[in-house]
Structure formats: structure tokens, C-alpha cells
Write a protein that binds this ligand. Structure first.
Ligand code: PLP
Length: 387
């Protein structure tokens, strides 16, 4: 059946699902092997080249993103590195100044070692993006939704700015998920995901992938994967595939929970500001409504009164919210992002990033209210004025 005719709910269950001819197993097998017999069907050769479990995952993720092919990688960062590997020596990379901390750290490293030159630009400013691209850039790195401020990138405008400049466009779609938007349909060349987050969804694996519009690019990324060696674990690929089958259900609940929590927390006297694209107060609310299915994402960023000390205390006081880094799991998670220097550059000291899980929203809300109440003594003085 033509995958492009199917909706994500159906693809999630059926893409990459082939009948098992050996045993008739309904669930796809976890194939653990370092090598394949010469002459065996598929002629896979060596285990660093490919694996049937990776292939099933790749089929599903490619179908999710409407891409021609996907290349599974060891992690989201391995996928991003593989795309950067294709930039020629001394090439020029333009990237979002509010992008994922790991990507910014890697780009700085590559710039410091002279591998490439890097311009970090605010992607909200399309003119700035176009200006930075003009002198012969090789790659534009965008993120559909930034982390931790949840700025929404005007993908159509930024991709249009890159068109005709010769720059390849990579979009990190981890936070938006393939449910939110398909950047390849908007003209991006490659979409990367940390499968660790919403696709895996259970906080039990690290994996990534790159999805491309043209198969020739997939071949180049497979070459990098094979020769640099950033291959996904077989078990991780199997877990990611298993997780992906329920991604739609999870992400829908997580997105609804985040939107509801954002609404309930905005205006709370202990909260200075709530960042969430579903709120009318969000600077790109209208853009998000047009670009993202459901107009929102499953994260909320909350600035609490009392700065870093209060924010840490809130994270410690909450009982249902795991105090941890990362996001996208079925369990709700929270963290003060300014604990990382690279994020302190872009967010205020008291900003807590909430990753909504699939729990009941009333329980999550009550836990946050309790944590705010228990820590109120850390933020003396007048409460924030009602918005
Ligand atoms: C986590 C994350 C990454 C890195 O993924 P890993 O699987 O941890 O390597 C990249 N981009 C975004 C937006 C992320 O949230």
C-alpha cells in the first residue's frame, strides 16, 4: 500500500511491519548479529552496514516524516554530526542561535577547531537568516521548536531564504515530532530526530535518525554511519520501533496535557511567565497555529518567582514530576535549564522546562501547585501581578 495515502495513526502500526516468514511472529523480531552469511537473502554483509531491525525502524520513521528514506543512528547527536560531516572542510554553517544546547556546543567545537565556520542567528528574524546565508553557506540548521524557550521557527520563510543559495537545509524536528509538521514537505533536505525523546517515548533508549527527501542523500549518510561507525544498537532500534507504534497516542495526550497546564499556570501569582506556543501570549502563537498540527507542543517553560534557588526547590518538591534532564517520555519531567551554562545564555535563571507525560492532567497540576506552595518562602515580596 502507498504509505503517503495513510494517516500517521495507521502508519505507526503498519509501516516497517513485514510478515515473519520463519515463525509467523506478529511482532517484528529483534535481530542481533554482527555479520550475515554470504549468499543469504538481502546480502547485508557486515553488521555495521545495516540490520533488519534498523531497516524496520527506518521504514516507519521515513513514513512518519513523508521522506524517501531514513537512516537510523546511534543518537540524535550522531544524526546531526553525520549531516555536518557532509559540509566540506572550511564550509559555512548557519544555525539557530537558540538551538538545542548539544548542537550549539558541537558547532562551537567545529568552529574552534577550524573544521567549519559557524554563524548563529536568531531564526525569528528571517532577514538575519537570509543575510547570514548570502555569502555561500553550505548548511542551514533549523529547529521547528526551540529548546527551552519553545520559539517556533518560521520554516517556510527560512527554507525560502535558503533556496537558490546552494545551502542544504536540516531541520531538527524532535520537539515538534513528525505529528506536528513535515519539514521535508516544506522543502527541507533532511530532518533529524532524537528518537530518544517522543518517538522512543519511554526514557529507556538513546537513538536518532536522519530522514531525507532524496535517496542520494541517504546513501551519503549511510556511508558516514558505516565508516564513522555511529550505528544504533540493535536493542535500541527495536525499542524505538516498539515505542513508535504508540507515538501518536502518547504525543496527543502529552500535547493536550502541556496545553492545559500552560493555560492553568499562566496568571498564577508565583509564575512570572509561561512559554508555550498554544498560548495567545506566545510571540509565535499565530505562526504555530498555522504550522503545527494542533498548534502546540508537549513542553511548557515556566519562569517562577525567586530565581534559580526557587526553581530548584520546586523541582525537588514535586513528587510526580521526575527531576531530570531530557524530555518526551511517558513520565512527566522537569528541570531548571539555567543549570547548564549553554542554556543560561538563552533563558532566565528561574526557568523550569516541563515535559508533560501521559498522566492525568489534574494530578500533574495539583503536584505543581503543591510544589509552588511549599517553596513560596524562597520568593518573598509581592507576587507577580495577574496577567
Ligand atoms: C535530545 C535532543 C537532541 C540530541 O539527541 P540525543 O538522542 O540525546 O543525542 C537533539 N535535538 C533536540 C531538539 C533534542 O531535544
Amino acid at each position: 500500500m502507498d504509505p503517503s495515502a495513510l494517516r500517521p495513526e495507521t502508519l505507526a502500526v503498519h509501516a516497517g511491519h513485514h510478515p515473519d516468514t520463519a515463525f509467523g511472529a506478529v511482532a517484528p523480531p529483534l535481530v542481533t548479529t554482527s555479520t550475515y552469511l554470504h549468499g543469504a537473502p538481502g546480502e547485508r554483509g557486515y553488521g555495521r552496514t545495516t540490520n533488519p531491525t534498523w531497516e524496520a525502524l527506518e521504514e516507519l520513521v521515513a513514513a512518519f516524516e513523508g521522506g524517501a528514506a531514513a537512516v537510523a543512528m546511534a543518537s540524535g547527536m550522531a544524526a546531526i554530526s553525520a549531516v555536518l560531516e557532509l559540509v566540506p572542510p572550511g564550509g559555512r554553517v548557519v544555525a539557530a542561535s537558540n538551538g538545542y544546547s548539544g548542537t550549539r556546543v558541537l558547532l562551537r567545537h567545529l568552529a574552534a577547531t577550524g573544521r567549519v565556520s559557524v554563524a548563529l542567528v536568531p531564526v525569528e528574524d528571517t532577514a538575519a537568516v537570509a543575510g547570514a546565508l548570502a555569502p555561500g553557506a553550505d548548511l542551514l540548521c533549523l529547529e521547528t521548536i526551540s529548546n527551552p524557550l519553545l520559539t517556533v521557527c518560521d520554516l517556510p520563510a527560512c527554507i525560502a531564504a535558503a533556496r537558490g543559495t546552494g545551502a542544504r537545509v536540516m531541520v531538527d524536528n524532535t520537539l515538534a515530532t513528525p505529528l506536528g509538521v513535515h519539514p521535508l514537505d516544506l522543502g527541507a533536505d533532511v530532518v533529524v530526530h532524537s528518537l530518544t525523546k517522543y518517538v522512543g517515548g519511554h526514557s529507556d533508549l538513546i537513538a536518532g535518525c536522519a530522514v531525507v527527501r532524496e535517496t542520494a542523500l541517504a546513501e551519503r549518510l549511510r556511508f558516514v554511519r558505516q565508516e564513522v561507525g555511529g550505528i544504533p544498537g540493535q536493542l535500541e532500534a527495536w525499542l524505538a520501533l516498539r515505542g513508535a507504534r504508540t507515538m501518536v497516542l502518547r504525543v496527543e495526550r502529552q500535547t493536550a496535557n502541556a496545553a492545559e497546564l500552560a493555560r492553568r499556570l499562566e496568571g498564577h501569582p508565583e509564575v512570572i511567565r509561561v512559554h508555550h506556543p498554544g498560548l495567545a501570549s506566545h510571540p509565535q502563537h499565530a505562526l504555530a497555529a498555522g504550522l503545527l498540527r494542533g498548534g502546540a507542543c508537549a513542553l511548557v517553560a515556566v519562569e517562577v518567582r525567586g530565581g534559580a534557588e526557587r526553581a530548584d526547590a520546586v523541582c525537588e518538591a514535586a513528587q510526580l514530576w521526575a527531576h531530570t534532564t531530557s524530555l518526551g517520555g511517558v513520565e512527566s519531567m522537569m528541570e531548571r535549564r539555567s543549570r547548564y551554562d549553554v542554556d543560561a545564555e538563552v533563558c532566565s535563571p528561574g526557568l523550569i522546562r516541563l515535559s508533560a507525560g501521559v498522566e492525568h492532567v489534574d494530578d500533574l497540576h495539583a503536584d505543581l501547585l503543591r510544589a509552588l506552595e511549599l517553596t513560596a518562602h524562597l520568593a518573598p515580596g509581592p507576587a507577580a501581578p495577574p496577567r
